[in-house]
Structure formats: structure tokens, C-alpha cells
Design a protein around this ligand. Structure first.
Ligand code: BDR
Ligand code: CA
Length: 313
């Protein structure tokens, strides 16, 4: 299996992404690192621990990282979409343990250096921890196989402002450094995540199956469906982060183009915008493989099928 580390801010769609990763024999999840984003770091760390407890994986290390962005002071969490606790108030049993004693960046270093095979880093939240790793341990970061990140957009630009996607908007300085790093990057942005909508009825087989995972997931999906309807006027939900995990499990699901990506770090209208040179007008060399098309039906089959399987296990 592909060794992966998931940097995450759970988060309703992060939760499904993490479950998909653990349900997939193609991946070996070495650890989780948490970041503030959808909710504050205390919530996102607790949620990561509670989720692993739900699936009996208290053995997997979870280390807490950055609570706040590298530079910007005015980023606000996404409580309107994910609830104050990041999990829409869905009740999950507390984990019998706390976070790893190591800071997130140290756990990243230990896991990347300790892996026999190059690790894929899957980044599902603001890129603060990832940028910190790149700055403090460039030699270790260079050993990564690649970074697959959920964030940004090339044509479908924004969900938190008209021009910015939440993860990039929350810490644009971190994102800018990551895209400039020269490491292999796959960008799973709104262009593809909003083409891969799951609908309420898609989750009915899971609801019918019952059991603790099914109850947690359908509770989360129901909350997320309601916030999508109220905030975005969208029927159904984009499982953004799960698509990034799926792109590691089955890369053929997403069609990418190698493009130059820059991030706008200031600007009253455009802070957090990924500026993607779709037509290579700058002549600059590509910095990311940007997802532009997705096989939505195959993604939904994979996501829901694997979560049914982990629930039944
Ligand atoms: C991204 O922002 C967060 O709210 C989600 O968890 C996802 O990572 C979508 O823009
Ligand atoms: Ca996320």
C-alpha cells in the first residue's frame, strides 16, 4: 500500500475523507496531523481522535499543529458550515487518549524519515503545518513522494469569497509557499469537487445498514446537507476532502493538467485566490497538477461503497 499522512482540520468532509482512507487497502495511513481551520485546533484534534476511536484505530498517532495562520490575523473558522465543534454537534464517544506529545511537524518528520517508501502527504485543511515543515525541514520534505491537497480553484474560484476557496483563503501565505516549493503537487480544487456532488439519497443504503459508523456519517451528512442548502443554495454536498483521498487511491478518477499556480496573499477582493495560468500566458513552469475533470459517478461509488464496508466490518 501507499504510505500516507493526512494533515486535516476535521471538519465534516474531512471525517469522510479519513474514513475513506482507513477503509482503503490501497493506502496505509501512518498518522494524522491536525490544523485549525474549520474549527479551532482543540476541536479539530479532538475530532481526529474521536473519529479514530470510532473505527478502533487508537493506535494511529495524531499530533496537533498550528491553530492560526502563518501571517494573516483575520481568518475566521467555518462554523457556519461545520458547526461550532467542527462535527455539526454529532455525538461521538471521547477517545481514551490525547494527542501525541510531539508537535505535528515533528510527527511529520519522524514518519517521513521512518518510512521505507516515499510518503504521500494528503493535505485537507489550511496549509500552515505543511508550509512550516517545508521551511524547517526542507530535506525531509524533499523525500515526500508528493503532496495531494484539497484547495483552490482554476475556474470555479471561490466558496468563502467570490474568488477564494476556504483552505487557501484561511492561510494564503502558507499556500503560496507550498505551491512555490517545487515539490510534486496535485491540486484538488473546487473545479472538481463541485462536479462530484453526493446527494442525500446516495447515503440511504448506509442509513439502512445502521451501526455506529453509519450513525456518525449520516448525522454528519445530514448537517452538511442542511448547511449547503442554507449557505450555498446547493442541493447535495461536495465531499471535497474525500475527493483528494480518492485521487490517491484511484488517480484515474481525476484528470489533471500541469499548470503554474500562484496564490494572492493580499488584496481586499482576492486574498486567498489561486491564480492558475490555464493558458500558460506567463510562460512560467508548472507548479502543480491541477484537477480539472472528475468521474463523479465512479467517485461516489468508491466513497459510499468503502464507507459501507468499513461500517459493516
Ligand atoms: C475545504 O474547506 C473546508 O471547509 C473543507 O473541510 C474542505 O477542506 C473546502 O473548501
Ligand atoms: Ca478540510
Amino acid at each position: 500500500p501507499i504510505p500516507v499522512i493526512i494533515d486535516t482540520d476535521p471538519g465534516l468532509d474531512d471525517a469522510l475523507a479519513i474514513l475513506l482512507a482507513f477503509a482503503s487497502p490501497e493506502l496505509e495511513v501512518l498518522g494524522l496531523t491536525t490544523v485549525g481551520g474549520n474549527a479551532g485546533l482543540a476541536h479539530t484534534t479532538r475530532n481526529a481522535l474521536r473519529l479514530l476511536h470510532l473505527i478502533g484505530r487508537d493506535d494511529v498517532p495524531v499530533a496537533a499543529g498550528a491553530n492560526t495562520p502563518l501571517v494573516r490575523q483575520d481568518a475566521v473558522s467555518a462554523a457556519g458550515v461545520h458547526g461550532d465543534d467542527g462535527f455539526g454537534g454529532v455525538p461521538l464517544a471521547e477517545a481514551p487518549r490525547g494527542a501525541d506529545a510531539r508537535p505535528a511537524v515533528q510527527l511529520l518528520v519522524d514518519l517521513i524519515e521512518g518510512s521505507a517508501e516515499p510518503v504521500t502527504l494528503i493535505a485537507l485543511g489550511p496549509l500552515t503545518n505543511v508550509a512550516t515543515l517545508l521551511a524547517a525541514y526542507p530535506g525531509t520534505a524533499a523525500k515526500l513522494d508528493k503532496i495531494v491537497l484539497m484547495g483552490g480553484g482554476a475556474q470555479h474560484l471561490g466558496n468563502v469569497t467570490p474568488t477564494a476557496e476556504f483552505n487557501i483563503w484561511y492561510d494564503p501565505d502558507a499556500a503560496s509557499r507550498v505551491f512555490a516549493s517545487g515539490l510534486p503537487i496535485t491540486m484538488i480544487g473546487l473545479d472538481v469537487t463541485h462536479k462530484a456532488i453526493t446527494f442525500a439519497e446516495d447515503w440511504e443504503p448506509l442509513r439502512a445498514q445502521g451501526g455506529p459508523v453509519a450513525e456518525a456519517v449520516t448525522g454528519m451528512v445530514d448537517f452538511y446537507t442542511q448547511t449547503y442548502r442554507e449557505n450555498l443554495g446547493v442541493e447535495g454536498t461536495a465531499q471535497h476532502d474525500a475527493l483528494a483521498v480518492a485521487a490517491v487511491i484511484a488517480p484515474e478518477l481525476v484528470t489533471t493538467s500541469a499548470l503554474h499556480v500562484d496564490v494572492e496573499c493580499s488584496g481586499p477582493l482576492t486574498i486567498g485566490m489561486t491564480v492558475v495560468d490555464l493558458h500558460n500566458v506567463t510562460g512560467k513552469k508548472p507548479t502543480a497538477n491541477v484537477g480539472l475533470e472528475v468521474d463523479a459517478a465512479a467517485f461516489n461509488t468508491l466513497l459510499i461503497g468503502r464507507i459501507l464496508a468499513i461500517n459493516a466490518a
